[in-house]
Design a protein around this ligand. Structure first.
Ligand code: NAD
Ligand code: MG
Length: 391
């Protein structure tokens, strides 16, 4: 039966790659809804290609413009707006699969709406899980939603784990999860030069083409920190069962080590269409458009330990996960504020970690008993981080 799909964050890097894979399988998938923040031009083109039932603009003004543009071309796509619109299309009856690809905390409520409605959740929006942790995983269990990681590392780990891993890592014979990361564009830049790097340099990732926020996160290695937290929640791993390994070529997407000494890795081109196709097709394998891997051409695969002096964000994320409570919420919120400030030229690259560390030391931790506590803590942390920046 054809599966109905909503793509949250359709105009972004993951959204565009998802539409590319979906277009290869018209017999399997039908796009029900597309969403964006305020990119009217981008979503208009996509609507003309896939003719969804709904389109949602988070920004009401952008929604009004889109409505006018669609009326001009006689399109029947219904335009909704705001967070309510995003949550509504995530939970529609005719939707089977939800691609959660909004960037940042803004994706939390719409993704949760899909989780609560018991959809197959294709999770790219790692910040949603980092923020809500146990609440997210409990909601998945309660609704019977299927959670498939799209983040390439977690998708790799999912592929390397036994199908029975829900019984627990130890019971499955798993010793460690080895989370690989490229080290980003500044892995070998002299440390004294880091304060001078520009947003353009930070966004020029050596292997992956991604949105600007995750590109900066990769450059600070906060992305690996968020992924460390993500891995702990997704695979019910303790904080010492996940280890970060730097692998500059981004060919090995992550590994699982078993107690008998076996290490199983997933390899491939650094192209998000592979994990996206895996999530869409699971348990089948479907074509993604990604070319076959020529390992001989690659020649070398290197591995090294992460340098937490160069990349303090990685340490901050690990410590936040270890502290528990709302520490990961505060970490994520302060990071979003700091990355924004760096991208708009207000702070140097090397100030990002400081803003996060100071915010973590100022905002008190709370028990994340429900989403309101999480959202409250997120707002409080943003406020503190902005104060630190003099905003
Ligand atoms: P992007 O910036 O390219 O796209 C973000 C999308 O979210 C856009 O469609 C935008 O319109 C929408 N959006 C932004 N702010 C919004 C808001 N406030 N409300 C509603 N919609 C909003 O980002 P991306 O690189 O595609 O990343 C999306 C998510 O996937 C992130 O959480 C990222 O960490 C994760 N991810 C991305 C990659 C990658 O290769 N790009 C890999 C792994 C994980
Ligand atoms: Mg990743």
């Amino acid at each position: 039966m054809i599966k109905g799909i909503t793509i949250l964050g359709a105009t972004g890097s993951i959204g565009v790659s998802t539409l590319d894979v979906v277009a290869r399988h018209p017999d399997r998938f039908k796009v029900v809804a597309l969403t964006a923040n305020r990119n009217v031009k981008g979503i208009l083109e996509q609507i003309q290609q896939v003719n969804p039932t709904y389109a949602v603009m988070k920004d009401p003004q952008a929604a009004a413009t889109l409505r006018e543009n669609l009326a001009d071309i006689g399109s029947k796509t219904v335009v909704l707006e705001g967070v309510e619109g995003l949550c509504q299309v995530a939970a529609l009856d005719e939707v089977d699969y939800l691609m959660a690809a909004i960037v940042g905390a803004a994706g939390l409520l719409p993704t949760m709406a899909g989780v609560k409605a018991g959809k197959r959740i294709l999770l790219a929006n790692k910040e949603a899980l980092v923020m809500s942790g146990a609440l997210f995983m409990d909601a998945v269990k309660a609704s019977g939603a299927e959670l498939l990681p799209i983040d390439s590392e977690h998708n790799a780990i999912f592929q390397c784990l036994p199908a029975t891993h829900a019984v627990g890592l130890e019971a499955s014979g798993v010793a460690r999860i080895l989370l690989t990361g490229s080290g980003g564009p500044f892995r070998a830049t002299p440390i004294q030069d880091l304060s001078q790097v520009t947003p353009e340099q930070a966004c020029a990732h050596p292997n992956w083409s991604m949105g600007r926020k995750i590109s900066v996160d990769s450059a600070t290695m906060m992305n690996k920190g968020l992924e460390y937290i993500e891995a702990c929640w997704l695979f019910n791993a303790s904080t010492d069962q996940v280890e970060v390994v730097v692998h500059p070529q981004s060919v090995v997407h992550s590994m699982v080590e078993y107690i008998d000494g076996s290490v199983i890795a997933q390899l491939g081109h650094p192209d998000m269409r592979t994990p996206i196709a895996y999530g869409l097709g699971w348990p089948d394998r479907i074509e993604s458009g990604v070319p076959l891997l020529d390992l001989v051409k690659h020649g070398q695969l290197n591995f090294e330990a992460p340098d937490e002096t160069r990349f303090p964000c990685l340490r901050l994320a690990r410590e936040a996960m270890q502290s528990g409570d709302t520490a990961s919420v505060i970490l994520n919120a302060a990071n979003e504020v700091a990355v924004d400030a760096f991208l708009s030229g207000q702070i140097p690259f090397t100030r990002i970690a400081g803003v996060i560390e100071d915010t973590l030391s100022q905002v008190s931790l709370m028990k994340p008993t429900d989403l309101d506590v999480v959202i409250g803590s997120d707002e409080q942390a943003r406020c503190h981080a902005k104060q630190l920046l003099g905003k």
